[in-house]
Design a protein around this ligand. Structure first.
Ligand code: ZN
Length: 419
């Protein structure tokens, strides 16, 4: 179907919004948030509700060994690669109603619209609910999609434990869905779409209802160890100190400056800092801290890395400290599909919605799909005050419907594309 035609087929915004809020009752908190920790009973209940809604549409349900759920609406030619749309249903311990759930409910609404019209698109539509995206109880995050694309091995992941020593394998053995899981059918994926709340303030500040996500930031994480000399706080003059904490303080400010020099896209965070043997009247002799550097451009991030290391060397010399910068983890920039971004922009433009290209600051399952070679794109909708991973997380109904509407048109185009 040509785009102009699919553009006229819109979604039932009221139904999508109502379903999203029905789902939020499962694990709903007093403050208006949601707590559905991955692999918990409430998470299973949420996923089961989603499955029930999909079965009402005649979707076939496929579940894999980590608990990713694929609701399959067969197309006219099931031999063609499918179009996959979704997000996640798990939340942070004090999470909101929209992070993840919004994207899955958008996908469900697209399928409902297809059924309302009695259409059978050319390609198969798969609605996916990825398992353990948040990584709040079991690390790492984006676990389900990482296993799906082969970045993590299922047998390794099953042995991962939470802080109480409970393994993922033992939790999944209580999950009837996973116990019966036969895995996902052998289908190629023509395109992956995900709608998500922005989780930052940019769209709201610029009054743009739609963010077209260009991909994920490149990231580098470090473990830093600073060693000086423990000494008595009283007798030791300031000029005779090798104070590891003051070195850490100077380094933290240097790290901040590294990101500020790459404004507005550079990011730098010192997220943890620990003093070895802390005592009120001892000059700290050992400090460990973590550094997280991000930028959308790999080359710029490489420059930030070099500046950070240079600052560490200079501070070490000036203060007589030993500073070791250890590489903990790094991830390159993952670009999303330019043709899909353009298609989403054209659809939004036809409908009179302002868009803005935006790099995702947070990790998303879509990044795993894109990195594995699947043409991928995401739509962001504005988040009130940029607040997410918070029970007060909020989005406007109009924005939610606009995002779903634009996504719907792009997905219908992809479902009916011959190639
Ligand atoms: Zn999310």
């Amino acid at each position: 179907m040509p785009r102009s035609q699919s553009n006229r087929l819109s979604i039932n915004g009221e139904r999508m919004w109502a379903t999203l809020h029905d789902l939020a009752k499962i694990g709903g908190t007093e403050k208006g948030g949601v707590r559905r920790l991955a692999l918990s009973a409430l998470d299973r209940e949420g996923r089961q509700r989603f499955i029930d809604w999909c079965r009402e549409l005649g979707c076939e349900i496929e579940v894999d060994g980590i608990g990713n759920v694929f609701a399959v609406l067969r197309g006219e030619d099931p031999s063609l690669p499918s179009v996959m749309v979704g997000s996640h249903l798990d939340t942070q311990p004090t999470g909101g109603k929209y992070d993840g759930a919004y994207g899955v409910m958008c996908a469900l609404e697209i399928a409902r619209g297809i059924r309302d019209r009695g259409d059978v698109p050319l390609r198969t539509l798969e609605i996916v609910a990825w398992a353990n995206e948040e990584g709040a109880r079991f690390s790492p995050p984006m676990m389900g999609s990482s296993v799906f694309v082969g970045n993590l091995k299922l047998e390794d992941v099953l042995a991962f434990k939470d802080v109480d020593g409970v393994s993922i394998g033992s939790e999944l053995s209580n999950d009837a869905l996973v116990a019966r899981a036969k895995g996902r059918g052998p289908r190629g994926i023509a395109a992956y779409f995900e709608a998500h709340i922005e989780q930052g303030p940019v769209l709201e500040i610029e009054d743009k209802p739609i963010g077209i996500v260009t991909g994920a930031q490149a990231q580098r994480w470090y473990d830093v160890s600073i060693v000086g000399t423990e000494a008595h706080a009283g007798p030791t003059p300031m000029d005779h100190r090798k104070d590891a904490l003051m070195g850490a303080a100077e380094l933290a400010l240097a790290v901040e400056a590294v990101a500020r020099r790459q404004s507005p896209d550079g990011r730098a965070t010192v997220g943890t800092l620990t003093i070895g043997h802390p005592s009120r009247n001892v000059i700290p002799g050992a400090v460990t801290l973590t550094v997280d550097l991000r930028h959308p451009n790999d080359d710029v991030l490489g420059d930030m890395d070099a500046s950070f290391r240079k600052a560490a060397r200079e501070i070490a010399v000036a203060r007589g400290l030993r500073i070791d910068v250890g590489d903990f983890w790094r991830k390159p920039h993952v670009p999303f599909s330019e043709p899909l971004m353009k298609s989403l922009e054209a659809i939004a433009g036809d409908r009179g919605f302002a868009t803005r290209r935006i790099t995702s600051g947070a990790g998303h399952d879509a990044v795993n799909l894109a990195a594995s070679g699947v043409p991928t794109c995401m739509v962001f909708v504005p988040t009130k005050d940029g607040l997410s991973h918070n029970e007060l997380e909020s989005i406007k109904q109009d924005d939610a419907v606009t995002g779903c509407d634009v996504l719907n048109a792009a997905v219908l185009d992809a479902l009916n594309a011959r190639r």
